[in-house]
Design a protein around this ligand. Structure first.
Ligand SMILES: [Zn+2]
Length: 313
Protein backbone atom coordinates (compact mmCIF):
# COMPACT_ATOMS: atom_id res chain seq x y z
CA UNK A 1 0.00 0.00 0.00
CA UNK A 2 1.31 3.48 -0.91
CA UNK A 3 0.46 6.61 1.11
CA UNK A 4 -0.46 10.00 -0.26
CA UNK A 5 -0.75 13.37 1.43
CA UNK A 6 -3.76 15.63 0.95
CA UNK A 7 -3.88 19.26 2.10
CA UNK A 8 -7.07 21.32 2.12
CA UNK A 9 -6.59 25.06 2.25
CA UNK A 10 -9.74 26.47 3.87
CA UNK A 11 -10.58 29.99 4.97
CA UNK A 12 -10.67 28.91 8.64
CA UNK A 13 -8.68 25.67 8.84
CA UNK A 14 -5.87 24.06 6.95
CA UNK A 15 -6.57 20.32 7.02
CA UNK A 16 -4.32 17.44 6.11
CA UNK A 17 -4.83 13.74 5.66
CA UNK A 18 -2.77 10.73 4.65
CA UNK A 19 -4.63 8.31 2.39
CA UNK A 20 -3.47 4.74 1.70
CA UNK A 21 -3.94 3.24 -1.75
CA UNK A 22 -3.79 -0.36 -2.91
CA UNK A 23 -5.36 -1.31 -6.25
CA UNK A 24 -8.97 -0.08 -6.20
CA UNK A 25 -8.91 0.42 -2.43
CA UNK A 26 -8.42 3.85 -0.84
CA UNK A 27 -8.32 4.32 2.91
CA UNK A 28 -7.97 7.41 5.12
CA UNK A 29 -5.10 6.65 7.54
CA UNK A 30 -4.57 9.83 9.56
CA UNK A 31 -5.63 13.48 9.59
CA UNK A 32 -5.31 16.77 11.44
CA UNK A 33 -5.85 20.50 11.12
CA UNK A 34 -4.42 23.89 12.12
CA UNK A 35 -6.01 27.36 11.90
CA UNK A 36 -5.35 29.19 8.62
CA UNK A 37 -3.32 32.32 9.27
CA UNK A 38 -4.13 34.63 6.39
CA UNK A 39 -2.87 37.79 8.10
CA UNK A 40 0.73 37.07 7.05
CA UNK A 41 -0.21 36.96 3.36
CA UNK A 42 0.26 34.27 0.72
CA UNK A 43 3.84 33.36 1.65
CA UNK A 44 2.85 32.74 5.27
CA UNK A 45 0.01 30.46 4.14
CA UNK A 46 2.39 28.51 1.90
CA UNK A 47 4.85 28.20 4.81
CA UNK A 48 1.99 26.82 6.92
CA UNK A 49 1.08 24.31 4.18
CA UNK A 50 4.71 23.18 4.00
CA UNK A 51 4.80 22.89 7.82
CA UNK A 52 1.68 20.72 7.75
CA UNK A 53 3.17 18.54 5.02
CA UNK A 54 6.37 18.04 7.00
CA UNK A 55 4.44 17.32 10.23
CA UNK A 56 2.29 14.74 8.46
CA UNK A 57 5.43 13.16 6.98
CA UNK A 58 7.07 13.09 10.43
CA UNK A 59 3.99 11.46 12.00
CA UNK A 60 3.21 9.03 9.27
CA UNK A 61 6.39 8.38 7.29
CA UNK A 62 7.23 9.18 3.69
CA UNK A 63 4.38 9.77 1.24
CA UNK A 64 4.51 9.06 -2.49
CA UNK A 65 2.65 12.18 -3.67
CA UNK A 66 0.81 15.27 -2.50
CA UNK A 67 -2.31 17.12 -3.55
CA UNK A 68 -3.53 20.52 -2.39
CA UNK A 69 -7.19 21.60 -2.54
CA UNK A 70 -7.66 25.35 -3.00
CA UNK A 71 -10.93 27.29 -2.58
CA UNK A 72 -10.73 29.15 -5.86
CA UNK A 73 -8.93 29.38 -9.17
CA UNK A 74 -5.39 28.24 -9.85
CA UNK A 75 -2.84 27.59 -12.58
CA UNK A 76 -2.51 23.78 -12.79
CA UNK A 77 0.80 23.92 -14.67
CA UNK A 78 2.67 26.54 -12.61
CA UNK A 79 1.12 25.27 -9.34
CA UNK A 80 0.13 28.81 -8.33
CA UNK A 81 -3.16 30.08 -6.90
CA UNK A 82 -4.88 32.83 -8.88
CA UNK A 83 -7.84 33.90 -6.77
CA UNK A 84 -9.55 32.78 -3.57
CA UNK A 85 -12.85 34.65 -2.98
CA UNK A 86 -12.90 33.87 0.76
CA UNK A 87 -9.19 34.16 1.59
CA UNK A 88 -8.25 37.77 1.05
CA UNK A 89 -4.56 37.64 0.20
CA UNK A 90 -2.68 38.60 -2.95
CA UNK A 91 -1.34 35.32 -4.33
CA UNK A 92 0.74 37.17 -6.92
CA UNK A 93 2.40 34.13 -8.49
CA UNK A 94 3.68 32.71 -5.17
CA UNK A 95 4.57 29.06 -5.89
CA UNK A 96 2.29 26.77 -3.86
CA UNK A 97 2.53 23.23 -5.31
CA UNK A 98 6.28 23.59 -6.06
CA UNK A 99 6.96 24.59 -2.41
CA UNK A 100 5.16 21.50 -1.05
CA UNK A 101 6.84 19.31 -3.68
CA UNK A 102 10.30 20.62 -2.76
CA UNK A 103 9.70 20.10 0.98
CA UNK A 104 8.56 16.48 0.56
CA UNK A 105 10.65 15.48 -2.45
CA UNK A 106 7.55 14.18 -4.29
CA UNK A 107 5.31 15.68 -6.96
CA UNK A 108 2.46 17.92 -5.76
CA UNK A 109 -0.66 19.03 -7.64
CA UNK A 110 -3.32 21.68 -7.06
CA UNK A 111 -7.04 21.02 -7.43
CA UNK A 112 -10.12 23.11 -6.71
CA UNK A 113 -11.69 22.14 -3.37
CA UNK A 114 -15.13 21.26 -4.81
CA UNK A 115 -13.50 19.05 -7.46
CA UNK A 116 -11.49 17.42 -4.61
CA UNK A 117 -14.75 16.82 -2.71
CA UNK A 118 -16.22 15.17 -5.82
CA UNK A 119 -13.20 12.91 -6.36
CA UNK A 120 -13.16 11.89 -2.68
CA UNK A 121 -16.85 10.95 -2.73
CA UNK A 122 -16.30 9.09 -6.02
CA UNK A 123 -13.45 6.93 -4.69
CA UNK A 124 -14.22 6.57 -0.96
CA UNK A 125 -17.68 8.02 -0.32
CA UNK A 126 -21.28 8.16 -1.49
CA UNK A 127 -20.36 7.92 -5.20
CA UNK A 128 -18.22 4.77 -4.93
CA UNK A 129 -18.44 2.74 -8.13
CA UNK A 130 -20.37 5.41 -10.07
CA UNK A 131 -19.62 5.82 -13.76
CA UNK A 132 -21.05 9.31 -14.12
CA UNK A 133 -21.32 11.42 -11.00
CA UNK A 134 -22.04 15.04 -10.13
CA UNK A 135 -20.81 16.43 -6.81
CA UNK A 136 -22.33 19.61 -5.37
CA UNK A 137 -21.06 21.47 -2.29
CA UNK A 138 -23.56 23.75 -0.58
CA UNK A 139 -22.08 26.45 1.62
CA UNK A 140 -21.03 30.11 1.49
CA UNK A 141 -20.92 29.48 -2.25
CA UNK A 142 -21.98 26.51 -4.37
CA UNK A 143 -19.18 24.43 -5.84
CA UNK A 144 -19.19 21.25 -7.80
CA UNK A 145 -17.44 18.64 -9.83
CA UNK A 146 -18.19 16.12 -12.55
CA UNK A 147 -16.90 12.59 -13.02
CA UNK A 148 -17.36 10.85 -16.37
CA UNK A 149 -16.54 7.17 -16.96
CA UNK A 150 -15.24 6.92 -13.39
CA UNK A 151 -12.76 9.77 -13.80
CA UNK A 152 -12.88 13.35 -12.62
CA UNK A 153 -13.53 15.68 -15.55
CA UNK A 154 -11.32 18.77 -15.16
CA UNK A 155 -11.93 20.58 -18.43
CA UNK A 156 -9.38 22.86 -20.02
CA UNK A 157 -7.85 24.34 -16.86
CA UNK A 158 -9.54 22.55 -13.97
CA UNK A 159 -12.65 24.75 -13.90
CA UNK A 160 -15.18 22.14 -15.09
CA UNK A 161 -18.03 21.66 -12.63
CA UNK A 162 -18.68 25.26 -11.51
CA UNK A 163 -22.31 24.31 -10.97
CA UNK A 164 -23.04 27.28 -8.72
CA UNK A 165 -22.61 29.61 -11.67
CA UNK A 166 -25.14 28.03 -13.97
CA UNK A 167 -27.67 30.72 -14.90
CA UNK A 168 -31.21 29.85 -13.87
CA UNK A 169 -32.67 33.38 -14.20
CA UNK A 170 -31.32 35.67 -16.93
CA UNK A 171 -32.37 38.81 -15.03
CA UNK A 172 -31.76 37.49 -11.51
CA UNK A 173 -29.60 38.98 -8.75
CA UNK A 174 -25.99 39.95 -9.44
CA UNK A 175 -23.62 37.10 -8.51
CA UNK A 176 -20.13 37.42 -7.00
CA UNK A 177 -18.74 35.94 -10.22
CA UNK A 178 -19.94 38.93 -12.26
CA UNK A 179 -22.94 37.28 -13.91
CA UNK A 180 -26.63 37.46 -13.00
CA UNK A 181 -29.12 34.87 -11.76
CA UNK A 182 -26.59 32.11 -11.02
CA UNK A 183 -28.09 29.27 -8.95
CA UNK A 184 -25.61 30.26 -6.20
CA UNK A 185 -27.46 33.55 -5.66
CA UNK A 186 -30.61 31.56 -4.78
CA UNK A 187 -29.23 28.56 -2.89
CA UNK A 188 -26.05 29.71 -1.13
CA UNK A 189 -26.07 29.64 2.68
CA UNK A 190 -26.82 33.35 3.04
CA UNK A 191 -29.77 33.22 0.61
CA UNK A 192 -31.20 30.17 2.40
CA UNK A 193 -30.93 31.85 5.81
CA UNK A 194 -32.63 34.98 4.43
CA UNK A 195 -35.43 32.92 2.85
CA UNK A 196 -35.94 30.91 6.05
CA UNK A 197 -35.85 33.92 8.39
CA UNK A 198 -32.82 32.67 10.34
CA UNK A 199 -29.30 33.99 10.98
CA UNK A 200 -27.47 31.06 9.39
CA UNK A 201 -28.23 28.19 7.02
CA UNK A 202 -27.48 25.72 9.85
CA UNK A 203 -30.21 27.36 11.93
CA UNK A 204 -32.52 27.20 8.91
CA UNK A 205 -31.97 23.43 8.65
CA UNK A 206 -32.56 23.00 12.39
CA UNK A 207 -35.73 25.11 12.30
CA UNK A 208 -37.08 23.23 9.28
CA UNK A 209 -36.39 19.89 10.96
CA UNK A 210 -38.30 21.11 14.00
CA UNK A 211 -41.27 21.85 11.74
CA UNK A 212 -40.96 25.65 11.36
CA UNK A 213 -43.18 26.46 8.34
CA UNK A 214 -41.18 29.40 7.04
CA UNK A 215 -37.91 27.43 7.22
CA UNK A 216 -39.49 24.43 5.45
CA UNK A 217 -40.77 26.75 2.68
CA UNK A 218 -37.40 28.55 2.44
CA UNK A 219 -35.51 25.28 2.02
CA UNK A 220 -38.08 24.06 -0.52
CA UNK A 221 -37.57 27.28 -2.52
CA UNK A 222 -33.78 26.81 -2.49
CA UNK A 223 -34.30 23.15 -3.45
CA UNK A 224 -36.49 24.22 -6.36
CA UNK A 225 -33.80 26.53 -7.76
CA UNK A 226 -31.14 23.92 -7.15
CA UNK A 227 -33.39 21.39 -8.89
CA UNK A 228 -33.54 23.57 -12.02
CA UNK A 229 -29.72 23.49 -12.22
CA UNK A 230 -29.58 19.76 -11.40
CA UNK A 231 -32.21 19.06 -14.11
CA UNK A 232 -29.89 20.67 -16.66
CA UNK A 233 -27.00 18.54 -15.41
CA UNK A 234 -29.06 15.34 -15.50
CA UNK A 235 -30.19 16.12 -19.06
CA UNK A 236 -26.63 16.93 -20.13
CA UNK A 237 -24.71 14.17 -18.33
CA UNK A 238 -27.24 11.40 -17.52
CA UNK A 239 -25.44 10.64 -14.24
CA UNK A 240 -25.94 7.56 -12.01
CA UNK A 241 -25.69 9.70 -8.86
CA UNK A 242 -25.64 13.30 -7.64
CA UNK A 243 -23.86 13.72 -4.28
CA UNK A 244 -24.75 16.75 -2.13
CA UNK A 245 -22.24 17.95 0.48
CA UNK A 246 -21.82 20.90 2.82
CA UNK A 247 -23.85 21.84 5.91
CA UNK A 248 -27.09 22.55 4.04
CA UNK A 249 -27.13 18.97 2.68
CA UNK A 250 -27.97 17.90 6.27
CA UNK A 251 -31.49 19.10 5.46
CA UNK A 252 -31.86 15.77 3.62
CA UNK A 253 -35.30 15.30 2.06
CA UNK A 254 -36.38 18.83 3.06
CA UNK A 255 -33.99 19.98 0.31
CA UNK A 256 -33.62 16.91 -1.91
CA UNK A 257 -37.38 16.29 -2.09
CA UNK A 258 -37.97 19.60 -3.92
CA UNK A 259 -34.90 18.88 -6.11
CA UNK A 260 -36.50 15.54 -7.09
CA UNK A 261 -39.83 17.27 -7.84
CA UNK A 262 -38.03 19.66 -10.18
CA UNK A 263 -36.34 16.71 -11.95
CA UNK A 264 -39.76 15.11 -12.47
CA UNK A 265 -41.07 18.34 -14.00
CA UNK A 266 -38.09 19.07 -16.25
CA UNK A 267 -36.23 15.87 -17.17
CA UNK A 268 -37.94 13.99 -19.99
CA UNK A 269 -35.11 12.52 -22.07
CA UNK A 270 -34.23 9.97 -19.38
CA UNK A 271 -36.03 8.71 -16.29
CA UNK A 272 -35.91 11.49 -13.66
CA UNK A 273 -36.18 8.81 -10.95
CA UNK A 274 -33.25 6.73 -12.19
CA UNK A 275 -30.62 9.14 -10.89
CA UNK A 276 -29.79 8.74 -7.18
CA UNK A 277 -29.74 11.96 -5.11
CA UNK A 278 -27.65 11.29 -1.99
CA UNK A 279 -25.87 13.06 0.83
CA UNK A 280 -22.07 13.02 0.99
CA UNK A 281 -20.43 10.55 3.38
CA UNK A 282 -16.96 11.93 4.08
CA UNK A 283 -17.80 15.11 6.01
CA UNK A 284 -15.35 17.95 6.41
CA UNK A 285 -12.31 15.85 5.45
CA UNK A 286 -13.56 15.28 1.90
CA UNK A 287 -11.47 18.12 0.44
CA UNK A 288 -8.22 16.84 1.96
CA UNK A 289 -9.01 13.23 1.01
CA UNK A 290 -9.84 14.24 -2.56
CA UNK A 291 -6.65 16.29 -2.77
CA UNK A 292 -4.66 13.21 -1.69
CA UNK A 293 -6.40 10.99 -4.25
CA UNK A 294 -5.90 13.64 -6.94
CA UNK A 295 -2.19 14.01 -6.12
CA UNK A 296 -1.79 10.24 -6.45
CA UNK A 297 -3.74 9.99 -9.70
CA UNK A 298 -2.11 13.07 -11.26
CA UNK A 299 1.31 11.62 -10.37
CA UNK A 300 0.45 8.42 -12.22
CA UNK A 301 0.18 6.43 -8.95
CA UNK A 302 -3.58 5.90 -9.13
CA UNK A 303 -6.04 5.90 -11.99
CA UNK A 304 -4.74 8.02 -14.89
CA UNK A 305 -5.91 11.64 -14.95
CA UNK A 306 -6.49 13.73 -18.06
CA UNK A 307 -4.03 16.57 -18.62
CA UNK A 308 -4.96 20.18 -17.98
CA UNK A 309 -3.32 23.14 -19.69
CA UNK A 310 -2.31 26.64 -18.66
CA UNK A 311 -4.90 29.19 -19.76
CA UNK A 312 -4.17 32.93 -19.40
CA UNK A 313 -5.82 34.36 -16.27
ZN1 LIG B 1 -22.10 33.33 -10.57
Amino acid sequence: MTSHLGLDLGGTFLKWTVVGHDGAEWRCMDSGSVPTRAEGGARAIVAELVGCALDAGARFGPVASAGIAVPGRYDPVAGTVRFTPNIHVDWDGVPVAPAVAAALGVSAHLINDARAFTLAELRLGAGRGARTMVGITLGTGIGGGIAVDGRLHLGLDGAAGEIGHLTIDPDGPRCGCGSRGCVETYAQAQAIAAGCGTQTAEEAVEAARAGDGRAVAGLAEAGRYLGIAVSGLVTLLNPDVVVFGGGVANAGDLLLGPVREELRARVHMTSPDAVRLVRAELGTLAGAIGAAVFGAEASGLGQAMPKTVAVPA
